[in-house]
Design a protein around this ligand. Structure first.
Ligand code: DGL
Length: 273
């Protein structure tokens, strides 16, 4: 049984899911949220598929046991592409919403019929992405770029970085995609949404920067509605205690996770195994 007043749980390997949480809050202001960053398992994108699957299943299991959510959002493309079925199997009856690269909207926008996808190495190599491309962009060339350095930059060095450092961080991937003639770039790693303005600035006005945050929030809202679990907004917001941040692995959040928690209005709630 999942009660309507239970929180909605967001999960990522790190801080990438936070822009997704923000989009869901905008759409669903009456809801309460909890967020888990799998700090001890970060990064997912350079790990083998089996390891990502094990980490994602066990992190979501711990989060569900601790917070009893009415829905889980896997705010991570890599974990979704490699582990969404395993997470669903492990949580029968629970709403599980995944995040996949926004190939469909990018295909609708691209006049050149060339789409860039920048993501983790594991996500760009996954069969799931090939399936998405076949289904939604069969007449487009897909330029796949894996950028583990940029994931690391966002997780460890984004806070306190200068604009110039951020622009330089996105430049190699953007350059590689522009060289191949893309006119739409899909941010296929949730971490990269923290840099969407920098992607747009470096790519220039002729290139659409596409992500899936609004689509994921809309999908979450429609699944909650279908199950009769959506809280109605009465104009007063969710009220009560603030949304909570959990981390895997021992130790307090430190300046990085503490800084992200502050920026996204989360209160530190403790470590999960
Ligand atoms: N944020 C993740 C994604 O969307 C993965 C980052 C990582 O852990 O490598 O794929």
């Amino acid at each position: 049984m999942h009660a309507i007043d239970s929180p909605i749980a967001f999960f990522d390997s790190g801080v990438g899911g936070l822009p997704y949480l923000e989009a869901a809050r905008r759409l669903l202001p009456a809801e309460r949220f909890v967020y888990l960053a799998d700090r001890a398992g970060f990064p997912y994108g350079t790990k083998a598929a089996d390891e990502v699957r094990e980490r994602a299943v066990s992190a979501v299991r711990a989060l569900v046991a601790k917070t009893g959510p009415k829905a889980v959002v896997i705010a991570c493309n890599t974990a979704t592409e490699l582990a969404v079925d395993a997470v669903r199997d492990d949580n029968p009856g629970l709403i599980v919403v995944g995040t996949v690269p926004a190939i469909k909207p990018a295909a609708a926008l691209s006049r050149a019929r060339r789409i860039g996808v920048v993501a983790t190495e594991a996500a760009v190599a996954a069969d799931y992405l090939t399936g998405l491309a076949k289904a939604w962009a069969a007449d487009c060339e897909l330029v796949r770029i894996g950028d583990a350095t940029l994931v690391e930059f966002v997780e460890r060095r984004l806070l306190g970085s200068s604009l110039d450092e951020r622009l330089r961080a996105v430049a190699p991937s953007v350059g590689a995609m522009l060289d191949r003639g893309v006119d739409a770039i899909v941010l296929g790693c949730t971490h990269f949404l923290h840099l969407s303005e920098e992607f747009a600035a470096v790519a220039g006005p002729g290139v659409a920067i596409v992500d899936s945050r609004d689509g994921v929030a809309a999908r979450l809202a429609s699944r909650l509605t279908e199950e009769g679990l959506l809280r109605t907004y009465d104009g007063r917001g969710a009220g009560g205690s603030p949304d909570r941040l959990f981390l895997t692995g021992p130790g307090d959040p430190g300046p990085v996770y503490g800084g992200f928690a502050e920026r996204f209005g989360l209160s530190w709630a403790g470590c999960l195994p």
